[in-house]
Design a protein around this ligand. Structure first.
Ligand code: HEC
Ligand code: HEC
Length: 220
C-alpha cells in the first residue's frame, strides 16, 4: 500500500516539476579548468608568469595578462598547439619560437584550444579577480538564478515575464565590470531593487564568491 502511494507521489512530482534546461558553460569556464591543470604551473594562477616552475626556468614564462592582448586567435592557436608555429612572423618571432613553451599538439581539440584562448582573453582583460570556484558557481546559478537571469545569463529568464523588468546582462563584460566583487556580493546577499531576492540565509559566503567567479567568466 505505502509503496504504491510513494510511487504515485513520485510520478506526480515528475509531471508537475517544470523541466529545467541547463546552459552549456561559457568557453572561458572550460578554459579555466584546462588552464589550472596545464598552464598555471609555469604561468601562475593569474597568468602573470610566476608559477611554481618559473623560478627554475631559464626563459621566463610570459606574463599572459599583457602579452595576449596583442595576439590574434590564429597566433595564439599556433603558440598553444605548436602547429604552424614556424610560420609566425613579426617582431616577437624569436620569443614565441623558443622551446621553453611546450607544444601541446593534439592534446587539446579545437574546442578546448578555443576555450583556453577565451580564458587567456579573460586574463588579459579581467578587472576583478576570481574569488571562488566557478564550478560551484555554475551549479548554483543553474539552480537558483537562471529563472530570472536566463539560462545563458543574459537576463531573459522565464520569470522576467512576470516581473516586467530584465536584470543586467551578465554576459556583457562592460556591464559586469562596472561592478566590483564587493558590490556584486552585496547585491546577492542583500538583494536589489524590487525583485532581486536576498540570498543571505540561503547561500554561504563561499557560495556567493563562487557565483561571482562564474558571473565574471560568463562574459567571456
Ligand atoms: C613548462 C612551462 C610552461 C607551461 C606548462 C606552459 N607554458 Fe606557456 N610559455 C612558457 C614559457 C617559458 C613561455 C615564454 C616563451 C618565450 O618567451 O620564448 C611561454 C609562452 C606562452 C605564450 C606566448 C606569450 C606571448 O608572448 O604572447 C602563450 C600564449 C602561452 N605560453 C600559453 C600557454 C598555455 C595556454 C598553456 C597551457 C595549456 C601554457 N602556456 C603552458 C612556459 C610554459
Ligand atoms: C526572482 C528573480 C531573481 C532571481 C531568482 C535572482 N535574481 Fe538577481 N536580480 C534580479 C533582478 C530583477 C535584478 C535587477 C535589480 C535592480 O537593479 O532593480 C537582479 C540583480 C542582480 C545583481 C545585481 C546586478 C544586476 O545583475 O543587475 C546580481 C549580481 C544578481 N542579481 C545576481 C543573482 C544571483 C547570483 C542569483 C542566484 C543566486 C540571482 N541574482 C537570482 C532578479 C533575480
Amino acid at each position: 500500500m505505502h509503496l504504491t502511494k510513494y510511487i504515485l507521489l513520485y510520478l506526480s512530482c515528475l509531471i508537475i516539476l517544470p523541466s529545467q534546461s541547463f546552459a552549456n558553460p561559457p568557453p572561458a569556464y572550460e578554459g579555466r579548468r584546462l588552464y589550472v591543470s596545464y598552464c598555471q604551473l609555469c604561468h601562475g594562477t593569474e597568468g602573470k608568469g610566476d608559477g611554481a616552475l618559473a623560478k627554475s626556468m631559464q626563459i621566463n614564462p610570459a606574463d599572459l595578462t599583457t602579452t595576449v592582448r596583442s595576439r590574434s586567435d590564429t597566433i595564439l592557436t599556433k603558440i598553444i598547439t605548436g602547429n604552424g608555429k614556424q610560420t609566425i612572423t613579426g617582431r616577437d618571432r624569436h620569443n614565441i619560437l623558443s622551446e621553453a613553451m611546450p607544444e601541446w599538439k593534439d592534446i587539446f581539440n579545437d574546442k578546448q584550444v578555443k576555450a583556453l584562448i577565451a580564458y587567456l582573453r579573460f586574463l588579459g582583460s579581467a578587472k576583478h579577480e576570481l574569488m571562488g570556484d566557478p564550478k560551484v558557481g555554475y551549479n548554483l546559478y543553474q539552480q537558483y538564478c537562471q529563472v530570472c537571469h536566463g539560462v545563458e545569463g543574459d537576463g531573459d529568464g522565464i520569470m522576467t515575464q512576470l516581473m516586467g523588468i530584465m536584470p543586467m546582462d551578465h554576459t556583457n563584460p562592460n556591464e559586469t565590470n562596472s561592478l566590483n566583487n564587493h558590490e556584486l556580493e552585496k547585491s546577492i546577499l542583500d538583494g536589489k531593487g524590487k525583485f532581486m531576492p536576498a540570498w543571505r540565509h540561503i547561500l554561504s559566503q563561499s557560495d556567493v564568491e563562487a557565483l561571482i567567479s562564474y558571473i565574471r567568466l560568463l562574459s567571456h
